[in-house]
Design a binder for this molecule. Sequence first.
Ligand code: PEP
Ligand code: MN
Length: 251
Amino acid sequence: MIKIKNLEFERGSFILIAGPCSVESRKQIFDIAKNISNKIDIFRGGAFKPRTSSTSFQGLEKEGIDLLVEVKKQFEIPIISELMSIEDLKYFNDVDIIQIGARNMQNYPLLRAVGKINKPILLKRGMGNTIDELIKASEYISRGGNEQIILCERGIRTFENSTRFTLDLSAIPVIKTLCDYPVFVDPSHAAGRKDLVIPLSKAAKAVGADGLIIEVHNDPANALSDNLQQLDYNLFKELISELEKVIIWKT
Ligand code: PEP
Ligand code: MN
């Protein structure tokens, strides 16, 4: 059971997480929250960003977390953000769910550290990792005493290059045979293209995902990170209405 103030869920739920790739400014994050917070369960926003290039925008760091916490208070919505380094854990006291990103799925000291805290952890599958390695990585967290774990499929690297990664839809029912944790899907990072986010979200829900994590931006074309995959408000509205048509596959 995942427990956050005013929100409890377990496998079999359908939880919607959405928000921008990166927290960029107070104006940006409040505009996005104003437009989407009443349609979602949890608000996302990256403050410590794992960017491929060291010269790309690296996130607002502590200031980004502080802005997210302001959104949490103003809109009364739980928040999730990515932790990259143990030394930043001190900034995450008011963050409801800690995300461990794909690039840190096998950062064992980090996994051990979040295993000792009393807060849900969303653990993303590494882009080059098997399901077995994901499950074993989750055991570094649970062994420390923290059983509040959500696993997240976010696409793996294959020979296919028309999408950023390849969303492994079979991972969802496979993971469900191996553990009891909720299994979420991130179609935004998997596809890397906004036009695929709605169909992949529907497919994920149909195949049994317990939740989705979606990137939404007030002005995607000018986003400081992941500008090609973030939904604008119109596409986000379309996503919500399309998801309502999908029947959840109970596994
Ligand atoms: C993210 O969700 O902001 C992110 C960087 O995702 P991933 O770790 O899946 O690449
Ligand atoms: Mn992103």
